[in-house]
Every structure is written in C-alpha cells, then in structure tokens.
Design a protein around this ligand. Structure first.
Ligand code: ZN
Length: 154
C-alpha cells in the first residue's frame, strides 16, 4: 500500500457520506463501486475516502476500495447538481451527460443492484448462522459434559 492509499484507507467509509444532497435539491442516494480487477460490487463500507465540495454545483469523491480478491481500486468521481458526472478511468476523465431515460434506467439499475446485494448478504448471513449452529451442535455433541455450564477460559 502506498502512503496516499494508507491516508485514504484511514478516512471514513463512504457509507456515511450518502445520500449526497446538493443545495439545488438534487440528491444521490448511493453509488456502486466495482472492483477494477474482478468486477465485484463493493459495499460502501469497504470504500474509504473523501467527499468534498468547493463549489455548490460539484461534489468530488476521491476514494479507494478494498476487495476480498485483494485488489485495491482507486476512484475519482465528480458529481454535478444537474445529474451528470465524470470519473477518472485509467488516467483520463470520462464524462457522462444526463439523458432522462438513461438517468432513470441507471437509477433503477442501481436500486436493483443494491437490493440484490442486500438479499445476497442476507442469504450469506443466514447460511453462516446455519453453519455456526451446525458446528456448535457437532461440537457439543462430541464433548457434552466438558463444555456444559463452563464459559470461562481463554
Ligand atoms: Zn476484486
């Protein structure tokens, strides 16, 4: 990890920065950050960095995200209060203009993805809980008297 990566990693996760509200009423509920190596969507809690605004029309995001695959992705995103945005892709800025249909579509897609992610996490939690329960059952089954009633130790 480079020094600037360490600094960004030490910053708050972007979870706390959303929704972003512009003075003109435009609001960004959330963004999906994708791992640049394996394309997995990263939860906002895994994306750390700065969200800043020098002028009220623009919000700049500088962040890095750490993926379970080990990749650290860098993000530079500029959101504007007209709904358009730009992002830095391999050293050059890509501009996305707003077209009403595209805006709505990407919004729906975004919500869909968030929902999908949430359901996935939920399922994962359920599976983990089941697994833990199962492990506990096997362990207590193997050593019934020794573990009973004793919770002290390490
Ligand atoms: Zn990844």
């Amino acid at each position: 990890m480079t020094e600037s990566e360490k600094v960004l990693m030490a910053a708050n996760s972007l979870e706390q920065s959303f929704p972003i509200r512009f003075p003109n009423g435009y609001q960004v509920e959330g963004l999906i950050f994708w791992c640049t190596a394996c394309n997995t969507p990263l939860p906002l809690s895994a994306v750390h960095g700065q969200v800043g605004s020098l002028i009220e029309e623009v919000v700049d995001i500088t962040a890095i995200g750490s993926c379970t695959c080990g990749e650290i992705s860098h993000y530079r995103i500029r959101l504007r209060n007209d709904g358009s945005f730009s992002f830095l892709d391999k050293g050059s800025w890509v501009n996305k203009e707003v077209k009403e249909n595209t805006g709505l579509f990407s919004f729906v897609k975004r919500v869909f993805y968030l929902l999908k992610l949430r359901i996935y996490c939920f399922r994962l939690n359920r599976a983990l809980k089941r697994l833990q329960k199962e492990l506990k059952r096997i362990q207590t089954h193997n050593h019934p008297p020794m573990n009973a009633g004793k919770s002290g130790g390490a």
